[in-house]
Structures are given as structure tokens and as C-alpha cells.
Design a protein around this ligand. Structure first.
Ligand SMILES: [Cu+2]
Length: 180
């Protein structure tokens, strides 16, 4: 009896300890751009996804270039576990540091930094796509073909099911007749 109680208490303690670990404050799951990424052009925003939803208070993401100039502009937007910070554009080539802080769902403030580089100064003139409205008949045809072969497969299966059911019913009737 004592042993059972001790075991039960140990189990309860262990469960709480495990829960405590699981509910520790969240960490950064991913960022866009990712840490140390080299981008051909400056991004329009920086976003960070956490392992859980941070609290809706005290979140800030500032993006600073090597000269100390701030490129983040406006408010941090939060969507579930993702924080997004708009940036000024176009960002000149160079290295940028992202300095972020937020409040974890367990109430603990968390913060950190990561960097990315921009390899060329962005321009607003996008190169013209050579043929933007080129239709892709092959892919849609292939899709239709796939669809019809699926419905054909279903038809075959349905027919088979009807045949099998018919055979089963006949066998059942035969069986009953033999018994009577
Ligand atoms: Cu915590």
C-alpha cells in the first residue's frame, strides 16, 4: 500500500516536472529571412515564427544596418505565433541586424538578434517576364486525364463491389435453401 502511494506520488511529481518543461517559454522556430541568409535584394518585411504564440504585449523587431540606421518601419504585426515587421525599401546592399524582443506566453520576456545580408541594392524596375500569359495546356490536360482515370477506377471498383455482393447474396440464399 505504502509502495503504491509512493509510486503514485512519484508519477504525479514526474508528470508535473514534464509539464513544466513542456510549458517553458517559446523559442524561435524560424525566421524570414533566415539567420545569415544572403538575399539578392532587400526584403519588404522580416517575419519570425515562434514555437508558441507570444503574448500580445511588448513585441518589437528593429532592423538596423551596419551604420546604425534603422530600416524597420511601422508596427509589428502578430498573426498567431508569427511576428512580422515591415521594412523601408529599397534597402541598400550590406549587412543588417534584426533585434527582436517579445513576451513569451508564460510571461517571460524573450529577446535575441540575428543577421542577414543584402547583396545588391533593390530597384523598383522589375525585369519584364518574357511571356507572362503563356497558357499551360499540357499540365491541365494531364490533370484532366488523371481525373478521368480516377473516376474510371472508381467505376471498376463499384462494378466489382456489385459483382462480389451479388455472389455473396447468391451463396447466402443457396446456403439457406440447403439448411431448410
Ligand atoms: Cu519562460
Amino acid at each position: 500500500m505504502l509502495r503504491t502511494t509512493t509510486l503514485a506520488l512519484t508519477l504525479v511529481a514526474w508528470t508535473f516536472a514534464t509539464l513544466g518543461t513542456a510549458q517553458a517559454h517559446e523559442t524561435v522556430a524560424s525566421t524570414t529571412p533566415s539567420a545569415n541568409e544572403a538575399l539578392p535584394e532587400g526584403p519588404e518585411e522580416v517575419s519570425m515564427t515562434f514555437t508558441a504564440e507570444p503574448l500580445d504585449v511588448g513585441s518589437s523587431i528593429s532592423v538596423v544596418d551596419s551604420a546604425g540606421e534603422t530600416w524597420s518601419t511601422g508596427e509589428v504585426q502578430r498573426d498567431a505565433a508569427t511576428l512580422t515587421q515591415p521594412l523601408r525599401t529599397p534597402m541598400p546592399a550590406g549587412s543588417y541586424e534584426v533585434r527582436w524582443r517579445t513576451v513569451s506566453s508564460d510571461g517571460h520576456p524573450i529577446s535575441g538578434t540575428f543577421s542577414f545580408t543584402v547583396t545588391a541594392t533593390g530597384t523598383t524596375d522589375q525585369p519584364e517576364p518574357t511571356n507572362p500569359q503563356e497558357p499551360e495546356p499540357t499540365s491541365s490536360e494531364a490533370a484532366n486525364e488523371g481525373e478521368s482515370s480516377i473516376s474510371f477506377g472508381i467505376l471498376v471498383l463499384a462494378t466489382l463491389a456489385v459483382v462480389v455482393a451479388g455472389v455473396a447474396v447468391r451463396a447466402l440464399i443457396k446456403n439457406r435453401r440447403q439448411r431448410t
